[in-house]
Design a protein. Structure first.
Length: 117
């Protein structure tokens, strides 16, 4: 069983920054493309950014390009998301998990990000 623990969320003003971190533990074999997802109230969970196992291939949703940066440390089994120039529409619960084409591990509790205008 794999456990994912997200941290680093909080309250930020528009234009501010937050850094999220995800730690994976448990029975993990192999390296996978990992992603950060978010779910705003009343909306479906969406993929925000992903990073391949070698960090050579990175994807960003158009709405966060140029503002968010994803990185990973395979030795520590962590994936980070640096979020700059935050906007109120970035408000959501943020989760990490495997990204396509891989299936999902059990979801963690997520971390709440709230951006005030």
């Amino acid at each position: 069983q794999v456990q994912l623990v997200e941290s680093g969320g909080g309250l930020a003003q528009a234009g501010g920054s937050l850094r999220l971190s995800c730690a994976a533990s448990g029975s993990i074999s192999g390296a996978y493309t990992m992603g950060w997802y978010r779910q705003a109230p009343g909306k479906e969970r969406e993929l925000v950014a992903s990073i391949s196992s070698t960090s050579r291939t990175i994807y960003y949703q158009d709405s966060v390009k140029g503002r968010f940066s994803i990185s990973r440390d395979n030795a520590k089994k962590t994936v980070d998301l640096q979020m700059n120039s935050l906007k109120p529409e970035d408000t959501a619960v943020y989760y990490c998990n495997r990204a396509p084409p891989y299936g999902k591990w059990p979801w963690g509790q997520g971390t709440q990000v709230t951006v005030s205008s």
